[in-house]
Write a protein that binds this ligand. Structure first.
Ligand code: DX5
Ligand code: ZN
Length: 216
């Protein structure tokens, strides 16, 4: 069963609580939170104080996407803010196995992400320890970019890798997911579909209905 995970990055930050209520009314269960450090990616988003503050207002599953250089430095901070899942970039970690261990010790689900140019094979040595794999379908750093079609094949290969592992691993896709491509993306194997602009741009409830309608 798929999960639609709206990305907070595209929300109106002056009306977060109201917008989270709309998500919950529309039966959304996950919220995708993009942490950008201005080093791993050329942009800065938001950090721990914001997450802590909205944690009080919502029961949504917090899916943290760390676009942070040397992520091990901040893993416990984000766990303490109420993360349910922490995904870090393979490319950003010196010792990915250590980051995985730390996230697991904190009792949080663990995911690993790959940028568009990184082959998903790099994740194979870690597959027995992952709860989720995130395939980026845009260069990380900014919302509102166009989906890169090369991600379709990458998703299929990753799905095969997951099936071969025999493990229950979620496959998340992030970047450029819109009404017109969401069904083909899901058919390529993704089961967690992140959507920023296509959810928060305009009528949130209406957008969610259009996206979920396409997935039927
Ligand atoms: C990009 C972020 C995405 C972003 C997606 O680096 O990881 O989560 O918010 O935004 P859209 O859906 O607008 O492409
Ligand atoms: Zn993201």
């Amino acid at each position: 069963m798929y999960i639609l995970a709206p990305s907070l990055l595209a929300a109106d930050f002056g009306r977060i609580k109201e917008q989270l209520n709309i998500l919950e009314e529309e039966n959304i269960s996950w919220l995708h939170l993009d942490i950008m450090d201005g080093m791993f990616v050329p942009n800065i988003s938001f950090g721990q104080p914001l997450i802590k503050s909205i944690r009080k207002d919502t029961k949504l599953f917090f899916d943290i996407h760390m676009m942070v250089h040397d992520p091990i430095r901040y893993v416990s901070d984000f766990a303490a803010c109420g993360a349910d899942s922490i995904t870090f970039h393979y490319e950003a970690a010196r010792k990915p196995d250590k980051v995985i261990d730390m996230i697991k010790e904190l009792g949080v689900k663990v995911g690993m992400a790959v940028k568009p140019a990184t082959p998903v094979d790099v994740l194979k040595p870690f597959i027995d320890d992952l709860d989720m794999i995130l395939v980026m379908s845009v260069e990380p750093g900014f919302g509102g970019q166009k989906f890169m079609p090369a991600a379709y094949d990458k998703l299929k290969t990753t799905k095969e890798m997951i099936t071969a592992s025999g493990r229950d691993i979620r496959l998340e896709v992030d970047g450029g997911v819109v009404v017109d491509n969401i069904k083909s993306i899901e058919q390529s194997g993704a089961d967690v579909l992140v959507a920023g602009s296509s959810v928060f741009g305009g009528d949130i409830a209406g957008n969610i209905r259009l996206l979920t309608e396409r997935l039927k």
